[in-house]
Design a binder for this molecule. Structure first.
Ligand code: PMP
Length: 384
């Protein structure tokens, strides 16, 4: 990015994960220019348009069919929080139960319905009346090595636990805003099994770590999950606002008009979304994520080895990594210094104590190394 004054920045935050394919990707610019110059329909509510049909067909062929996935798609509006709320509402209606289970450190959005399943109390206020009908259980790793699915099972089966049988369990496979907590495959599989055993729907919020962030298109592919509902937003729109819920066909019990929202027919977003999906037909793009992921992880590990006296923790997978430096005030100083040096970084975690690394999936190797070098310098300024 270049400022009006001509200062250049390397972006390791990527529009909070909405620019996985980079800023202004040429394929998106070209597709939008072509569409606008053809006077394509801009907004169409629920009507079928060429742009929507093309996106759906491309999603089916590029993403769903190769993975043998069978889902219906509901467009839910511009933002991730819209998708989360639609998924939870559908689950409650489908299961005819009002309760849901979410996890410690979860982040699912800031509007009231999604806030209800967001853990971090700094986003809450007693006036919002949030957290209604939600139980928070410990995420994987929250209690050290203790297998927290034991607790989930107990809460689901023991009628004296006080927890009503939930309609759904909602979770991120890697908690992004919560501090880059990576759930193990075994934990995720166990949660899915418990959901199936108790007729509880599994909602995976892949808004931040889907769209290729972990190396696979969906973050849960490695664990082999088949969620009932999947929320996508951020990078699905190629930089334009778009959110959707993928619904297992048997769960689609919506009646027309039961869940609406004006901007669910934004054709410019469909055009951009279609343009970026084509990356998934390009083996060099997919393989490249792995290469850059290795660079990112190895480089970060080497940087922190210079600070072996500190009790830091590096966590992540694919192209999302978090360096937990245990103190939010110090993380803020590193971020501010990085900004002065020309690197956009952000933090996450309950006290903003985790530095977050989330560059574009296709960032040129040389820019990636340059950004990491700027990070190394910024860390030295603060700590040495
Ligand atoms: N879920 C997850 C996992 C997210 O990371 C976010 C945004 N950080 C949201 C939901 C909410 O998305 P939005 O900000 O677009 O409403």
């Amino acid at each position: 990015m270049t400022t009006a004054e001509g200062c250049q920045f390397i972006d390791f935050f990527c529009g909070a994960g909405s620019l996985n394919y980079g800023h202004n990707p040429p394929v998106v610019k070209q597709a939008l220019l072509d569409y606008i110059s053809r006077d394509g329909i801009q907004h169409s509510l629920d009507m079928t348009t060429e742009a929507k049909a093309q996106f759906l067909e491309c999603f089916e062929q590029t993403i769903l069919q190769p993975r043998s996935m069978d889902y219906k798609i509901q467009f839910t509006g511009p933002t991730g929080t819209n998708a989360v709320e639609a998924a939870i509402k559908l689950a409650k209606q489908h299961r005819k139960r009002s309760h849901v289970v979410a996890f410690t450190n979860a982040y699912h959005g800031h509007s009231l319905g999604s806030l209800a399943v967001t853990g971090n109390q700094t986003y809450h206020s007693e006036y919002y009346g949030s957290h209604n009908n939600v139980s928070f259980l410990p995420y994987d790793g929250y209690l050290g090595d203790f297998d927290t699915t034991i607790l989930l099972e107990k809460m689901l089966t023991d009628r004296s636990s006080g927890m009503p049988l939930p309609a759904a369990v909602v979770l991120e496979t890697i908690q992004g805003e919560g501090g880059i907590h990576v759930a193990s495959d075994a934990w995720l599989q166990r949660v899915q099994t418990l959901c199936r055993e108790h007729n509880v729907l599994l909602i995976i919020d892949d808004i931040q770590v889907g769209n290729g962030r972990t190396g696979d298109f969906f973050s849960f592919e490695k664990a082999g999950l088949s969620p009932d509902l999947i929320c996508l937003s951020k990078s699905i729109g190629g930089g334009l606002p778009l959110s959707l819920v993928m619904i297992r066909p048997e769960c689609d019990i919506w009646q027309p008009g039961q869940h609406t929202g004006t901007f669910r027919g934004n054709n410019l977003a469909f055009v951009a979304a279609n343009a970026v999906l084509n990356h998934w037909n390009d083996a060099s793009f997919v393989d490249g994520i792995q290469v850059r992921s290795n660079t990112l992880q190895t480089y970060l590990a080497s940087i922190i080895s210079e600070y072996s006296d500190e009790n830091w923790d590096l966590r992540g997978r694919g192209m999302i990594w978090g360096l937990d430096i245990r103190r939010g005030d110090l993380a803020r100083m590193v971020i501010d210094t990085a900004f002065e040096n020309g690197l956009l970084l952000e933090s996450c975690g309950s006290d903003d104590e985790v530095l977050k690394f989330m560059p574009a999936l296709n960032i040129p190797e040389q820019q990636l190394r340059q950004g990491l070098q700027l990070f190394r310098q910024s860390l030295q300024t603060v700590f040495l």
